[in-house]
Design a protein. Structure first.
Length: 354
């Protein structure tokens, strides 16, 4: 039976959530559609650009994402403490970026006047402040814009997505790590990419390319590189490296420091995802490398079944993902008697609140 989203996500609370939105049509959201003989690959960039734009408006962080042929995965962290610290003018400015109103008011003075007028309306500012920290409004801002563009391109009307987005709470750091790896490895698991670094329009692919870009720029600077005297090929390399670095700058930090989403460095996370992806392609679990095992132990993850957990993550958990005690706590907080989790043999388990 479908469970109301209010039992999983409550507006105004901090947390990390796995969101999925699936296309309803026979024609794919992205990719090559053999039925119509059309390619919709360009729509992947629509999704990525819109998500990046929304990250600059909302008080939310995107930890991982993957744009697949007929659905989109997002791992999003809500940050109510950020939106509560914004001034009324900042709330007004961000809201008008999201909903600019009349398109003919493009002048800078008109925009600033609109911000000043809106900032004086305390009641509206309160409403918009809540919306700018709301996960549902974030997904609405993504889904509606993509649907309108796709409908216009296809010359048709009607529903583009199969329904409202699906949402899953990630109750602990281990669940966040497993879900991020699952989302980042979707292109590998589906056979679209051989390795994580070959993944396009995917968080791990962006992070790996940004890492290589930073290394190239550092090597260029160490060699005394000078753009004024560089060859055309060298300048092109520098431009590409800078573009790779910028492509991942909007993603949430994956480190153990303040503002990071995981108890591990980005280097360790990328190594873990790369190793897991290769094991998935080989269809072998293998032993966790010695340098990665301590990280997973700190997150209280199952070392022996890590690859299986990531590969089958989508079928193991329902509305809440995490350790058993976290499922019980989440059920109690939601006023529910239980949340479900499937074990690795496929049997459904029921975990009741204390």
């Amino acid at each position: 039976m479908t469970m109301a989203r209010k039992f999983v996500y409550r507006p105004g609370e901090a947390g990390v959530f796995h969101c999925i939105n699936r296309c309803v049509r026979r024609a794919f959201l992205c990719g090559w559609d053999e039925y119509s003989g059309k390619s919709f690959e360009h729509r992947r960039e629509w999704v990525r650009e819109r998500v990046q734009e929304l990250c600059g408006i909302f008080a939310l962080d995107v930890c991982a994402y993957a744009v697949m042929s007929n659905h989109v995965h997002l791992v999003v962290r809500t940050r109510p403490e950020v939106v509560s610290g914004w001034s009324d003018e900042e709330v007004a400015r961000r809201w008008l970026r999201l909903c600019p109103g009349r398109r003919d008011q493009v002048g800078a003075s008109a925009v600033e006047d609109g911000v000043a007028i809106l900032a004086k309306d305390a009641e509206k500012v309160k409403i918009y402040r809540e919306r700018l920290g709301n996960l549902s409004w974030f997904m609405r801002g993504l889904s509606e814009v993509v649907a309108r563009r796709a409908n216009e391109e296809d010359g048709c009307k009607g529903r583009f997505w199969e329904g409202r987005f699906k949402c899953q709470r990630l109750a602990d750091a281990g669940a966040v790590a497993a879900c991020m790896a699952y989302v980042d490895l979707n292109p590998v698991r589906s056979g679209v990419a051989e390795t994580p670094e070959e993944s396009e329009f995917c968080g791990v692919g962006d992070r790996l390319r940004a890492r290589r870009g930073r290394a190239k720029l550092a090597a260029w600077a160490a060699s005394g590189g000078d753009e004024s005297s560089a060859t055309e090929g060298q300048n092109r390399m520098v431009d590409v490296a800078r573009g790779d670095v910028e492509r991942a700058r909007w993603l949430a930090r994956v480190d153990a420091g303040e503002g990071g989403v995981l108890g591990m460095s980005e280097e360790r996370y990328l190594q873990l995802v790369d190793w897991t992806g290769r094991r998935m392609r080989d269809d072998k679990a293998g032993a966790i490398p010695a340098e990665l095992a301590p990280v997973l132990e700190r997150l209280e993850l199952d070392l022996e079944n890590w690859v299986t957990t990531v590969k089958r993550y989508g079928t193991l958990y329902h509305r809440v993902a995490g350790r058993l005690e976290k499922l019980a706590e989440a059920a109690q907080a939601a006023g529910q008697r239980w949340f479900k989790r499937r074990d690795r043999e496929g049997c459904a388990g029921v975990y009741r609140a204390a």
